[in-house]
Design a protein around this ligand. Structure first.
Ligand code: GDP
Ligand code: IMO
Ligand code: MG
Length: 423
C-alpha cells in the first residue's frame, strides 16, 4: 500500500495537475482535501487539454476513482459544468466520482461578499479569484455553513438558508449590493440537488477499505504552501490549510499511513494576486518567463507575476510539509536563459533573516541574496532521460537538492503527461 500526498511548494500553479495525472495511474483513489474552484489544475494527456477546478486530476484512468473530500468547498454550478464537460469529452464519471456530504457549499452571497471585501480593501486587496472562497470558509468555522448533506434534505436546506439570508441580506443592503431571494436560490439548488445526488457518498468506509486492502491513495493538494491560511504570507493567502496536515481534517485520512509527501516545485517562481514576492522580476526577464512559461491563470486568466526560484521559501516549505521527495516542473522554460539566478537566503540590514521571522510587510523589506548559475542554452523540452539533460541543467537540479536537503525524484520537461524524467 502507498499513501502519497502531493503539495504545491510555492504560491500555487506549480504544475500539480500534470504531476497528479501522471502519478494517478497506480492510485486506487485520488482525493482532493481542501480549497475550491479557486484551483485550476491543467492536465494534458491523450484525451486532450483540461483545466480542472474541482474534479480530482486522477479522473482519466479507468481504474482510478476520485473523491472530493470534506475539506473542499463546492460551487455546485461549477462542479456540474465540469462533470458535463468531462462526460462530453468521453471521460467516464459514473461510479468513479464521489463527493463527501460534509463539503460546504459556496452560496451566491459568498461570491458577492468576496468582491465586496476586495472593494472595501481597495489598494490593499488580496487579489482573490472571486470565487467566494474566504467567505465560505469563514461561515464554515463560525458554524454558519450549509453543507451538501443539508441540501440532500430540502427542508433542512430551506431552514438554514432562511437564517443565513436574514443576516446576509442585511449586510448586502448596508453595502449597497443586491438582495438575494430565497425562492431563486432554492430553485437553483434544488435543481443542482437532483443532478448531484448520485455522486454524494460518505467516503470514510472507502478510505478504510482501501487502507485495509493495501491499495494506493493519492492526496491532491491545491494552491501552494505560501498561500496557506496560517503559514502563508497572510493576509495574502487563501482560506484553507494547504499543508500536508490538511489531509487529516480535509479527507479523513490518518497521518500515520503517509508514505511520501511530494512537493511540486516550479523551476522558477510565480504568484497570482497581491502580496510580497522578494524575487519578483518586474522587468523584461519576468516578461520572458511569463511568455515562455505561458504564465496566465488556469482559473481567472490573470497574468502571473514571475521571478527567480527562492530557496529560503522552498526550505520552509520542505520543513513544514515534511517533503520526502521533490518534483521540479517547467525546467524547459529556462532553456533559453543564459544566466539563471537562485535566491539562497535573505538579509535585513546586512544580517541573515528567515521567512518566518516576520509578516508580509517584513517580506517587502528583506533583500534576497542570489547565486548566479550559467544556463544550459539548449532544449530540454520533452526530455525523458536524466542523462540526456545538459550538464548545466543537471547542476541546477543538484544545486536545488543540496540547498534544500530533499531529493528530486521527477523532473517535468513539458506540459504533456509523458514529458517527464523519473530519476
Ligand atoms: P497547478 O495549479 O499546480 O495544477 O498548475 P497550473 O495548471 O495552474 O499551471 C501549470 C501550467 O504549466 C499549466 O499550463 C501546465 O500545462 C504547464 N506545465 C506543467 N508542467 C510543465 C512543464 O514541465 N513544462 C511546461 N512548459 N509547462 C508545464
Ligand atoms: P492552484 O490549485 C495560484 C490565490 C489568489 C489570491 C489568493 C486568495 O491552481 O495552484 P482565493 O480566491 O483563494 O480567496 O484567493 O490565493 N490563489 C491561487 N493562486 N493557484 C491557485 O490554485 C490559487 N488559489 C488561490 O490568486 O492571491
Ligand atoms: Mg493552477
Amino acid at each position: 500500500m502507498a499513501l502519497n500526498v502531493v503539495i504545491g511548494a510555492q504560491w500555487g500553479d506549480e504544475g500539480k495537475g500534470k504531476i497528479i495525472d501522471y502519478l494517478s495511474e497506480k492510485s486506487d483513489y485520488v482525493i482532493r482535501f481542501h480549497g475550491g474552484n479557486n484551483a485550476g489544475h491543467t492536465v494534458i494527456n491523450k484525451f486532450g487539454k483540461f483545466a480542472l477546478h474541482l474534479v480530482p486530476s486522477g479522473i482519466f484512468y479507468p481504474k482510478t476513482k476520485v473523491i472530493i473530500g470534506n475539506g473542499v468547498i463546492v460551487d455546485l454550478h461549477v462542479l456540474l459544468e465540469e462533470i458535463k464537460m468531462l462526460k462530453k469529452r468521453g471521460i467516464k464519471i459514473k461510479n468513479k466520482l464521489f463527493i463527501s456530504p460534509r463539503c460546504h457549499l459556496i452560496m451566491p452571497y459568498h461570491k458577492l461578499l468576496d468582491s465586496l471585501y476586495e472593494n472595501a480593501k481597495g489598494k490593499g486587496k488580496t487579489g482573490t479569484t472571486g470565487r467566494g472562497i474566504g467567505p465560505t470558509y469563514s461561515d464554515k468555522v463560525s458554524y454558519n455553513g450549509i453543507r451538501i448533506a443539508d441540501l440532500m434534505s430540502p427542508k433542512v436546506f430551506s431552514e438554514k438558508l432562511k437564517i443565513q439570508l436574514a443576516v446576509k441580506n442585511k449586510i448586502l443592503k448596508a453595502l449597497g449590493a443586491k438582495q438575494l431571494s430565497q425562492a431563486n436560490i432554492e430553485r437553483d439548488f434544488f435543481s443542482f440537488r437532483e443532478k448531484i445526488k448520485a455522486y454524494v457518498l460518505e467516503p470514510l468506509p472507502l478510505i478504510k477499505k482501501t487502507i485495509k486492502n493495501n491499495q494506493n491513495i493519492l492526496l491532491e493538494g491545491a494552491q501552494g504552501t505560501l498561500l496557506d491560511n496560517d503559514w502563508g504570507t497572510y493576509p495574502f493567502v487563501t482560506g484553507s490549510t494547504v499543508l500536508t496536515g490538511g489531509i487529516n481534517a480535509g479527507a479523513g485520512v490518518p497521518v500515520d499511513k503517509i508514505d511520501n509527501v511530494i512537493g511540486v516545485v516550479k523551476a522558477y517562481l510565480t504568484r497570482v494576486g497581491e502580496g510580497p514576492f522578494p524575487t519578483e522580476l518586474a522587468n523584461n526577464l519576468g516578461e520572458k518567463l511569463k511568455t515562455i512559461g505561458g504564465e496566465f491563470g488556469a482559473t481567472t486568466g490573470r497574468p502571473r507575476r514571475c521571478g527567480w526560484l527562492d530557496i529560503e521559501l522552498l526550505k520552509f516549505a520542505c520543513f513544514i510539509n515534511g517533503f520526502t521527495k521533490l518534483v521540479i516542473t517547467k525546467l524547459d522554460v529556462l532553456d533559453s536563459f543564459p544566466e539563471i539566478k537562485i535566491c539562497t537566503h535573505y538579509t535585513l540590514n546586512g544580517k541573515k533573516v528567515n521567512y518566518y521571522d516576520g509578516d508580509a510587510n517584513f517580506l517587502t523589506k528583506i533583500k534576497p541574496v542570489y547565486k548566479i548559475l550559467k544556463g544550459w542554452s539548449s532544449p530540454t523540452k520533452g526530455v525523458t532521460k536524466y542523462n540526456s539533460l545538459p550538464k548545466q541543467a543537471k547542476e541546477y537540479i543538484k544545486k536545488i537538492e543540496n540547498l534544500v536537503g530533499v531529493k528530486v525524484k521527477y523532473i517535468s520537461t513539458g506540459p504533456k503527461r509523458d514529458e517527464i524524467i523519473k530519476i
